[in-house]
Each structure stands twice: as structure tokens, then as C-alpha cells.
Design a protein around this ligand. Sequence first.
Ligand SMILES: CCCCCCC/C=C/C(=O)SCCNC(=O)CCNC(=O)[C@H](O)C(C)(C)COP(=O)(O)OP(=O)(O)OC[C@H]1O[C@@H](n2cnc3c(N)ncnc32)[C@H](O)[C@@H]1OP(=O)(O)O
Ligand SMILES: NC(=O)C1=CN([C@@H]2O[C@H](COP(=O)(O)OP(=O)(O)OC[C@H]3O[C@@H](n4cnc5c(N)ncnc54)[C@H](OP(=O)(O)O)[C@@H]3O)[C@@H](O)[C@H]2O)C=CC1
Length: 293
Amino acid sequence: MSKSVNLASSVFRTDIFSNKCSIVTGGSKGIGKAIAIELASLGSKVVIASRNSKEIQESAESIKSITGNEHIYGIECDIRKEESVKNLVKSSIDKLGGINFLVNNAGGQFPCPVENMTIKGWKAVIENNLHGPFIMCKEVFDSYMKENGGSIVNILAEFKRGFPLMAHTGAARSGMDNLTKTLSMEWASYGIRVNAVIPGTIVHKSMIKHYGEKFTSVLDILRKKIPVQRYGTCEEVSGAVCFLLSDAASFMTGGSIIVDGGQTLITPTSLFNVPEHSKLPAFQWLNNVKSKI
Ligand SMILES: CCCCCCC/C=C/C(=O)SCCNC(=O)CCNC(=O)[C@H](O)C(C)(C)COP(=O)(O)OP(=O)(O)OC[C@H]1O[C@@H](n2cnc3c(N)ncnc32)[C@H](O)[C@@H]1OP(=O)(O)O
Ligand SMILES: NC(=O)C1=CN([C@@H]2O[C@H](COP(=O)(O)OP(=O)(O)OC[C@H]3O[C@@H](n4cnc5c(N)ncnc54)[C@H](OP(=O)(O)O)[C@@H]3O)[C@@H](O)[C@H]2O)C=CC1
């Protein structure tokens, strides 16, 4: 890897993942792309996977050019489909030589109260955020990690107080939290650590496109209550993922890191309002890169 063209200035040492092979699901944009860029910039070979084949190829090319790492591959995959996951895992092992890290990032949902939710809509979101990551874990375990160990990070969303307007995703993420803990115990003796990252509100291009401008304006009301007084960046989630994957987290398994600027501490009954400030700006390590995430 040529260091001179690595435009991603991660806080981690640039060679920490130089002998590692990673899969990042949903690596075509947003948080997943940031994670793939940081892993690649730290030397890992990376497969990114998502449903849109053109987009995933373009993102792999963009990650190569940002990081100077040639070992980046885009593979079309729908994590909801077992055959597609089997193909992803097999192709990844063929291309990378193994799978040391799995980041279950692909996922998402649509806002909808339960009274209007169809069974098909419920199933789509449960499959995207619980069933899909489960089959990813199972397939990677069976095909590689059972023999070789590894590290898995599941990206969740805050779920602990229920999730009005997103019951499907709340239930799925709660299930993933439990699965993370179960797998950390069942798979510890295989040398596998399993942890989770729980992002708060991370506003970026495709997120705004998905929810629409109207929603983004509502978000501004919430922003003022968040202790850091802003939303998070994809890079800020990625840092926590890289930490959990790395040896710095060798004593962490079955755990989770909340990356939310303190958002989940806000309660309706709190009398405290955070004074307006801009003292906790975002850490962004892709400042010099034009079209990034
Ligand atoms: C409002 C507060 C928001 C705060 C945000 C806090 C936390 C979380 C943030 C994020 O996760 S940001 C990332 C957002 N990105 C995504 O969600 C992208 C991925 N999402 C999707 O791909 C979809 O939402 C999906 C439903 C999970 C999958 O979509 P897909 O098009 O593949 O589904 P189908 O299988 O075609 O649809 C099945 C079924 O689902 C229902 N449905 C789908 N979309 C909607 C919708 N927008 N509104 C209502 N219902 C929907 C519908 O019944 C579909 O069946 P058909 O009617 O199409 O037959
Ligand atoms: N942004 C936020 O505020 C928060 C996000 N999260 C979670 O973090 C993760 C990443 O979020 P974010 O980057 O914002 O989301 P984006 O919508 O920007 O990206 C989602 C990625 O997942 C892929 N994807 C979705 N469904 C599937 C599928 N069935 N199979 C394969 N790939 C799929 C998408 O590609 P394609 O559609 O082409 O398949 C895309 O690459 C998600 O799980 C999200 O729910 C959690 C809390 C907050």
C-alpha cells in the first residue's frame, strides 16, 4: 500500500490492520463506507457488500483511490437472502484469503406507526436488521472464524426505551443486542470477540435522501438538546468500530459502545438544558477528500 496517497487520516497507526481481511456489509455509502475507508487506510484488505451492484463497484474504486489500498472489492449481496450471503462469504475468502473482521453494518428501516405497518413491511425490516446479520455471523463462523478466530462488530441503533414509529427496527436491534451477547459467550472459545456499536443520529448524504428534507428540519429541534449540540459523523462511528476490532479491545466482548454525543441521556423529565455551545466539534479525517461518503 502506498502511504503517500492515503488521504484518510485516522488516529490509529497506519499498519495496525496490515495482515487483516475484512467484510463490511452496506459499505457502499454512509457509515459503512467510512468504516471501509478507515479499515483500508489502516492496511486491511476489504470486501464491501450491498444490493446495488453499480454503486458497490463505484464505492470500491473510490475507497481504493482515497486510501491507496488496492485490495478493495465490491460484491453484490442482499443480506436478507441466504444464498446471496453464502456467495458473499465464499467470494470474500477467495479474494482476500480469509475473514478476520466482520462488520454487520447494512440495515435500515422506514418510519411508520404500528397501526399502519404491514406484515410485509415488518418482515422486511426484521430480515434486514436481525435475520440478515445473523446469517452473516453464521456463515462467516462456519466458513472461516470457527477455525481461525476473528472479531465481529454489529452496528445497532438505540433501542432500550422502545422505538415509537420504528417498532420493527427497535425489536430487531434489541434482538441483535441479545445475539451479540450470546455469541460472545458461545464463540469465545473459538477466539472470536463479538461487540456492538450503537450510533446516535448520524446525518449524512444518503441518510438525508432516505428520510427527506422535511425530516431533517425536525431533527434540528432535537439537536439543541444533545449535550454535544450536533449530530455525529460517519467517521466518528468508524473510530469506535476500528477500536473494537483492534487488539486495543482484546478484553472486550459482548459489549457495546454508544456513539451519540450524549443523546440517549436526554429524558423528557430533565429540567436541565445544555447551554448553547460549539466546544465539541466533529472529528473528521476525510477533510481533504472531495466526494467522500
Ligand atoms: C423518524 C426518526 C428517525 C431517526 C433515525 C434514527 C435511527 C436510525 C437511522 C438510520 O438507520 S439511517 C439509515 C437509513 N437507511 C436505510 O434505512 C436504508 C435501508 N432501508 C431500506 O432499504 C428499507 O427501508 C427497507 C424496507 C428496510 C428495505 O426496503 P426494500 O425496498 O428492499 O423493501 P421491500 O422488500 O421492497 O419492501 C417491503 C415492504 O416494506 C414496506 N415498506 C418499505 N418501505 C416503506 C416505506 N417507506 N413506508 C412504508 N412502508 C414501507 C412495504 O410494505 C413494502 O412492501 P410493498 O408495499 O412495497 O409491497
Ligand atoms: N445514520 C444514522 O443516524 C444511524 C444509522 N444506524 C444504522 O447504521 C447502519 C448504517 O447506516 P447508514 O450508513 O446511515 O445507512 P445508509 O442508508 O446510508 O446505508 C445503508 C447501507 O446498507 C446497504 N443495505 C441496506 N439493506 C441491505 C441489504 N438487505 N443487503 C445488503 N446491503 C444492504 C445499503 O446499500 P443498498 O441499499 O444498495 O443495498 C447501504 O450500503 C444501518 O444499519 C443503520 O440503520 C443506526 C443508528 C443511526
